[in-house]
Structure formats: structure tokens, C-alpha cells
Write a protein that binds this ligand. Structure first.
Ligand code: NAP
Length: 272
């Protein structure tokens, strides 16, 4: 999909820890057949071959799907050559000619805004990727990245869910017109334990997963990538597009903010 800036599927499929090859390929295929049009993977997840196989097993046209991957400091590295090689290997593993979106997975270790992002821009010029994405950035690192990039990145992928609201990052994404891709949108399964989400889910006769997704999608510029393996979970999450929460529900979740993260490294940029 040659993405216009205004067009990004509301609900995509996360694939972290979906590493059993056939299960992963089949869940990607099922997701596409159910209507998902954005698949998120990463070199780090070790499942790009299976994700590629799922894409090829389905009847969906390649150009109708947003395929996103990420380059990682601990794999090929984030120096110029590492990024170029990493992106090409991701394409090879998925058996694709290009990626719609490639992220800096974490701006850590050898990450250097000028060098790393100039490799991303070269990949764009060479047609290996369509768009630049950033993930796990602090506001300072975002400012630096935007100052070295010729064009604003398409997407910023950050952990976001009812227990981590990311107000500052969200405002930044909205101001700069960047899609904020909420990762771990079900708080890695923890949304099911929340009394507030349980009571809103009961009120609308839906799952807590749908409530969490609908709350995220009620915010401007936000898109979500829940990971699901079974067909039942894939369907449940996709159906969240039809759920509209009322103002009171949204306020109740807005008041939940517990600043709880489930994904962090010792050198995460926000810890500095
Ligand atoms: P998540 O999407 O918040 O939660 C996934 C968990 O919820 C899985 O155990 C899944 O089970 C379960 N689940 C999904 N739908 C459900 C439903 N409708 N009812 C009940 N359980 C349900 O967690 P995540 O995998 O951390 O995040 C999503 C994606 O974001 C990742 O897969 C990855 O693509 C991306 N991500 C990116 C980064 C980054 O650094 N950029 C970090 C973390 C995640 P089943 O698998 O059994 O269906």
C-alpha cells in the first residue's frame, strides 16, 4: 500500500512472540482474510519468514497491506551499513521487494540520529522502504530525529494502553501529524484484570480488549497493533472498530493512568 499521510489502518496485527512458524504464518493469513491490512513484525522477533509466508498464503494483494518491520541495534546494528543490510535482509526473509514502513526499533547503543536516519533516507530513495518509523523515543530524541530528517516520519511506535497514557508523546504526535502506533495496546493481557475495563466491557457487552482498543482509537492520531494468535482473538480485536465508547467511559479510563510499563530496557531513552 503506498500510504497517503491520511490513510492508516486503525487496527493492525502485532506478532511479537508469535514464533512457532506454522502458527505464525497461519495467524497472519487468517488476520488478512478477516480484514487486517497492517502487519507489524521486527527482525528481533525472529518470525519474518513466517510473517512473509502468511502474506503469501493469503489471497490479499501485496499492495493492499501495510507491512512494517524494525531494525535493531543488537542485530545488524544501527550504523549506516547495518541499517541498509538489516532492511534488505528483512525484505529477503519476507520475500518482499519493499517494506511499507521500517522503524528504528530502539534508539540505543550505536544509534546516532544523523548516521542511522541518513541510512533510512537512502533506503527510501532506493525504494526498499516507503516510510520511516521511529519507536521507543523520548521527546528529546524525537526533536533530534525530526531536525535531521528531511520529511516528518510517518509513524511513532510506543507502548500505550489504559495504564500508560503517554500524554506528552501523544501531544507531540498530534502536533507534528505523526501516527502514534500504540504497541501492547492490551497491556500484554493486563487489561482483562482491570475493574474499570471490566465494568465498561459489561455495560457494552464486549470484551475488555475491545474497550481498550476503542479507548485508544478515540484519541486523534492513534492506531493500534494488538497481538493475537487465535481466530477468536483476531476477530474480537478487529470488531473493536464498531465500538464507540461514550464520554463517561472515556473519562473513567482517562482517570486510570497508573504509569505502568510492561516493556522496558535498562537503557530506555525515557530513563535518562
Ligand atoms: P498486547 O497486544 O497488548 O497483548 C497480547 C496478548 O493479549 C496475547 O497474550 C494475546 O493472546 C492476548 N489477546 C489478544 N487479543 C485478545 C482477546 N481479544 N482476548 C483475550 N486475549 C487476547 O501485547 P504485545 O504483543 O506486547 O503488543 C502488540 C504488538 O506490538 C507486538 O506483538 C509487537 O508487534 C508490537 N510491540 C512493539 C514493541 C516495540 O518495541 N516497538 C514492543 C512491544 C510490542 P493470543 O496470542 O493467545 O491471542
Amino acid at each position: 500500500m503506498r500510504l497517503s499521510e491520511n490513510d492508516f489502518p486503525a487496527i493492525g496485527l502485532g506478532t511479537w512472540q508469535n514464533t512457532v512458524p506454522d502458527e505464525c504464518a497461519n495467524s497472519v493469513q487468517t488476520a488478512l482474510e478477516l480484514g487486517y491490512r497492517h502487519i507489524d513484525t521486527a527482525h528481533y522477533y525472529g518470525n519474518e519468514e513466517s510473517v512473509g509466508r502468511g502474506l503469501q498464503q493469503s489471497d490479499i494483494e501485496r499492495d493492499d497491506v501495510v507491512v512494517a518491520s524494525k531494525v535493531h541495534a543488537e542485530k545488524f546494528g544501527l550504523d549506516y551499513e547495518g541499517v541498509i543490510e538489516g532492511a534488505k535482509k528483512s525484505c529477503e526473509r519476507m520475500n518482499l521487494e519493499r517494506l511499507d514502513l521500517l522503524y528504528v526499533h530502539w534508539p540505543v547503543l550505536q544509534y546516532d540520529a544523523e548516521e542511522t536516519l541518513s541510512a533510512f533516507e537512502q533506503l527510501e530513495r532506493d525504494g526498499v522502504i516507503d516510510h520511516v518509523g521511529l519507536s521507543n523515543y523520548s521527546i528529546d530524541l524525537l526533536d533530534e530525529a525530526l531536525s535531521v530528517l528531511d520529511e516528518t516520519p510517518l509513524a511513532l511506535q510506543m507502548e500505550m494502553h489504559p495504564f500508560l497514557h503517554q500524554d506528552e508523546i501523544l501531544e507531540y504526535a498530534q502536533e507534528h501529524d505523526i501516527w502514534l502506533i500504540a504497541y501492547s495496546p492490551l497491556a500484554r493481557g493486563n487489561v482483562f484484570e482491570s475493574d474499570v475495563l471490566q465494568s465498561i466491557a459489561e455495560k457494552h457487552d464486549v470484551s475488555e480488549a475491545q474497550v481498550s482498543i476503542a479507548w485508544l482509537l478515540s484519541k486523534d492520531n492513534v492506531r493500534v497493533i494488538p497481538k493475537a494468535s487465535s481466530e477468536a482473538h483476531l476477530r474480537d480485536n478487529l470488531n473493536a472498530v464498531d465500538l464507540t465508547l461514550d464520554e463517561e467511559d472515556i473519562k473513567r479510563i482517562d482517570n486510570v493512568d497508573r504509569q505502568e510499563r510492561y516493556v522496558e530496557r535498562d537503557d530506555s531513552p525515557w530513563l535518562e
